[in-house]
Design a protein around this ligand. Structure first.
Ligand SMILES: *[C@@H]1O[C@H](CO)[C@@H](O)[C@H](O)[C@H]1NC(C)=O
Ligand SMILES: *[C@@H]1O[C@H](CO)[C@@H](O)[C@H](O)[C@H]1NC(C)=O
Ligand SMILES: *[C@@H]1O[C@H](CO)[C@@H](O)[C@H](O)[C@H]1NC(C)=O
Ligand SMILES: *[C@@H]1O[C@H](CO)[C@@H](O)[C@H](O)[C@H]1NC(C)=O
Ligand SMILES: *[C@@H]1O[C@H](CO)[C@@H](O)[C@H](O)[C@H]1NC(C)=O
Ligand SMILES: *[C@@H]1O[C@H](CO)[C@@H](O)[C@H](O)[C@H]1NC(C)=O
Ligand SMILES: *[C@@H]1O[C@H](CO)[C@@H](O)[C@H](O)[C@H]1NC(C)=O
Ligand SMILES: *[C@@H]1O[C@H](CO)[C@@H](O)[C@H](O)[C@H]1NC(C)=O
Ligand SMILES: *[C@@H]1O[C@H](CO)[C@@H](O)[C@H](O)[C@H]1NC(C)=O
Ligand SMILES: CC(=O)N[C@H]1CO[C@H](CO)[C@@H](O)[C@@H]1O
Length: 756
């Protein structure tokens, strides 16, 4: 167990603010600064609230769902300040802060108040700082330069009631030198994170009461986070079990180093890893693809079902009031081109229902036609949810011609044949088994087995005729329940020889392949969303999040969700998902020699560290269990924990290995550890280790790991979320330390130390 004597100090509290020339006070007492305008919407705002205040009054805000308190400056000056400070009170209000530009409509990232690392209560104001050089959650990311002139505090889907006070743009932020963390890593290195250029030369280290000297120090500032820094202190001797004490000018950090878990890594026993497992949906830019090493980019999701490539329109379906809009990005052809130019292959959705959007403005459920609905778009009060107040779908079904134009295989063929840039893989629409829900206006009749198969075969025949090299992926089913059952229900299963959907579907594809000599589907594509509920995001939920990757592979892991007790007929065992081996077995039995992909999956939390650790674990599992392709839903922040998981394996041209090497650790507990080994033809060993335990380091004794020079990447633990990397020596394979809640990448560099 770790005991850290100094308090865990949050990034927001480790800095001080000082007025040097002119801070801009946007609000202090009574009224908004006259240079600023109120651009709020659907919120009740009182600038002179006295129920709780500092000074003489505060701002009270009551925002409806998705509405906001928003203020706009005169001339654009925000970018010249160092940060935005404000006081907030409320019962943990669901509010996010963002900046935007009225000149070009750009928006910054949106930072949830919960990401600032402080507790917000209704009784007292809490001071939060949006440091433009160290954005929340405090990994050193810097605000992009733009014509920012607007600050928006937007409520989430349940609205928000809260107070703000003392909203100030700071001219300067002084960072007091501080040593934030000091953790053991590798065989003899202490990783020390600092703020304000703190001096690490006076740090003293003792192991079991004996002083250990520091023989080398190197310091780096992480890529993409120039204001964070980390120093690696090399010790004169290696770690060993016992008490490690690190004494600094800003507190003492103590750890108990445990006895090591023993095993072996065998590079000579290996098999290829598909490079396409490191994909995401809709990467944001070419540099995103290159920085994270994204190998496969998907154009997919609910909003591409109605994609009209000729007008570049689409419809949001039930994600947003069944409204048409300009597709974003507009041109699939250009998109395939630039993702390819950045080094990524592409997987592109071909609409497979009978309609696509006719324009950028129409919507299916106008209030003028259907006055009685559960909700209307806060930005367009005429566009309704398509649900009666009792939750039933609005009837009569609207005439599709109001919003859509017909779509058919000749239109699809015209689109694909005209593409200047060809996709690597196409998918047959997206989750069409639930179209009568997500696109109830377009396809109100629940889809059954036969219709889904017919649509898959029709798109496949069209696509293979037009693009002879393309791989066809289907059925892109949304989740576990629909792998086995159609939206028609049990009667559909009974009508199909009482067979679950997937095995039936595979049998039909095999029959088609046998009859025609051409495999209609090259890749069985599913979406996988973990079913356990981790939304509480407390310690128990985080531990569950890190355990539930076992559902991808483990034949003994009973799913910790409704799946475990569902009585539906999902042979061989309805309570054990064991996803990748299960689907491989089904494919072998019903439609052999077919690939398997997951074109949507998620860590369940893109901003919490455990979402990143889960992603590292999952990417290791995908390689080890021979998944053929995967794309994350959707485009995790490059500098957030999930983005860092991709960077760890693939960032900036470094990669884990072309093959998965055998790891054998008797007594290994997958609830607390993930250990993956990669190799290039039996050399250049790479190890990725995830320590899922928040409370202390683990140590490994791994035969087959040669001593020598290693390139180290890591994130997590006390060091936090940033792209930390260095070169270290592994002095012996017998005692390698991985800090708590940390993912590490260690790659043998026999020929030198170079890395990008
Ligand atoms: C850390 O220690 C240095 C050196 O004693 C001191 O100047 C600095 O104020 C300390 N930082 C904090 C946050 O206490
Ligand atoms: C480590 O410290 C604990 C608590 O101070 C003590 O009980 C234990 O004996 C120490 N272990 C070693 C190996 O020195
Ligand atoms: C609105 O729909 C609800 C049921 O969903 C019904 O009880 C109510 O009478 C309807 N109101 C009007 C004005 O039609
Ligand atoms: C829901 O309300 C609508 C409109 O009032 C009505 O037509 C429909 O029958 C109701 N559905 C149920 C299940 O009560
Ligand atoms: C196919 O769709 C196109 C584009 O909407 C339309 O012009 C054409 O008439 C349709 N063809 C058939 C046979 O429905
Ligand atoms: C599939 O194509 C055939 C032949 O063009 C057509 O008759 C059938 O309606 C199509 N099926 C679906 C579900 O679109
Ligand atoms: C129906 O299922 C049984 C086993 O569940 C199988 O033996 C039989 O071949 C199937 N029949 C058809 C027509 O697929
Ligand atoms: C599925 O596995 C669980 C856990 O091992 C076991 O309790 C259950 O009996 C199995 N069910 C079937 C149908 O084999
Ligand atoms: C191993 O890495 C070194 C650089 O450290 C490189 O020169 C060598 O080609 C690599 N070997 C293989 C098989 O990739
Ligand atoms: C920590 C703190 O300032 N607590 C205060 C919160 O507000 C209540 C009621 O106004 C005070 O009594 C606490 O002292």
């Amino acid at each position: 167990m770790q005991s850290k004597l100094s308090l865990l100090r949050l990034a927001t509290l480790a800095v001080y603010w000082a007025t040097v020339k002119a801070d801009e006070i946007i609000y202090a007492d009574g009224a908004l600064n006259s240079n600023w305008q109120d651009w709020s919407w659907q919120s009740v705002i009182n600038y002179d609230a006295t129920d709780i205040f500092e000074g003489t009054s505060s701002i009270s805000i009551n925002s409806e769902a998705w509405s906001a308190f928003s203020v706009k400056d005169g001339p654009s000056t925000i970018v010249s300040y160092a940060g935005l400070k404000f006081d907030v009170s409320g019962a943990n209000p669901d509010v996010s802060v963002s900046l935007s530009s009225s000149a070009d409509s750009d928006s910054s990232a949106s930072w949830a108040l919960s990401e600032f690392g402080a507790t917000i209560t209704a009784d007292n104001f809490t001071t939060l700082l949006l440091n433009f050089n160290n954005l929340p959650p405090g990994n050193g990311a810097v605000l992009a330069s733009d014509t920012w002139d607007r600050i928006t505090f937007q409520a989430g889907g349940n609205g928000a009631i809260y107070h703000l006070d003392n909203i100030i743009l700071l001219d300067e932020i002084f960072v007091n030198p501080d040593i934030l963390s000091a953790e053991p890593i590798g065989t003899n290195v202490i990783a020390v994170t600092t703020a304000g250029g703190a001096d690490v030369s006076t740090i003293q280290v003792a192991l079991n009461g004996q002083a250990v000297s520091v023989v080398g120090t190197s310091t780096m500032s992480p890529i993409g986070a120039p204001s964070s820094s980390i120093s690696y202190l090399t010790l004169a001797s290696s770690f060993a079990p016992g008490n490690l004490t690190i004494t600094t000018a800003n507190g003492t950090f103590s750890y108990t180093l445990p006895s090591s878990l023993s095993g072996t890594v065998d590079q000579s026993t290996n098999y290829p890893i598909s490079p396409l497992i490191y994909g995401v949906n809709f990467p944001t830019s070419a540099s995103y693809i290159q920085d994270l090493g994204v190998t496969l980019s998907r154009w997919g999701g609910n909003a591409v079902t109605a994609y009209n490539p000729f007008g570049q329109f689409t419809n949001a379906g039930n994600d947003w009031y069944f409204e048409n809009r300009v597709a974003d990005p507009p041109s699939a052809d250009d998109w395939i081109g630039w993702v390819g130019g950045a080094g990524s292959q592409s997987i592109v959705t071909v609409p497979a229902l009978d309609w696509v959007a006719k324009d950028a403005t129409s919507y299916s459920y106008p209030a003028s036609v259907y006055p009685n609905q559960t909700a209307f778009d806060p930005y367009n009060s005429d566009a309704g949810s398509g649900l009666f107040p009792n939750g039933s779908y609005v009837t009569p079904v609207p005439d599709q011609n109001h919003v859509y134009v017909p779509w058919n295989m000749s239109a699809a063929s015209q689109w694909l044949s005209g593409l200047a840039n060809k996709p690597t893989i196409i998918t047959v629409d997206n989750e069409i088994e639930i179209a009568s829900n997500t696109h109830q206006d377009m396809h109100p009749i629940p889809m059954g087995y036969d219709e889904e198969l017919a649509r898959v075969l029709n798109v496949s025949a069209m696509a293979k005729a037009v693009l002879p090299d393309v791989l066809v992926a289907a059925p892109s089913t949304c989740s576990w329940w629909y792998y086995w059952i159609s939206q028609v229900g049990a009667s559909d299963q009974e009508a199909h020889n009482n067979t679950d959907f997937l095995p039936w579907f595979l049998d039909q594809l095999q029959a088609q392949a046998t009859a025609t000599g051409v495999k209609p589907v090259d890749i069985i594509d599913l979406h996988y969303y973990y079913q356990p509920d981790t939304s509480a995001n407390d310690a128990a939920a985080k531990a569950l999040r890190l355990r539930m990757t076992r559902s991808l592979w483990d034949p003994t892991y009973v799913d910790e969700s409704w799946v475990a007790t569902s009585t539906a007929n999902h042979q061989p065992n309805s309570s054990i998902i064991q996803l990748i081996p299960r689907i491989h077995t089904l494919i072998d039995q019903h439609y052999p020699n077919t690939k398997f992909s997951l074109s949507e999956w998620s860590s369940t939390d893109d901003t919490d560290l455990t979402g990143g650790l889960l992603t590292v674990d999952a990417l290791g599992i995908y390689g080890r269990y021979k998944l053929d392709a995967a794309t994350y839903w959707s485009d995790p922040d490059e500098n957030g924990p999930v983005g860092l998981a991709y960077w760890l394996y693939r960032g900036f041209g470094t990669f884990f290995g072309s093959s998965s090497a055998q790891v054998s650790i008797p007594g290994f507990d997958p609830d607390v550890l993930g250990v993956y080994a990669g190799t290039n033809g039996g050399s250049n060993l790479t190890l990725v280790v995830v320590n899922k335990d928040p409370s202390g380091p683990v140590s490994l004794n791994l035969g087959g790991v040669p001593a020598g020079t290693y390139f180290l990447r890591h994130f997590g633990g006390e060091a936090g979320v940033a792209k930390y990397q260095t070169t270290i020596s592994i002095t012996s394979s017998s005692y390698i330390v991985i800090p708590a809640y940390t993912a590490v990448f260690l790659q043998q560099r026999t020929g030198g130390t170079g890395y990008v």
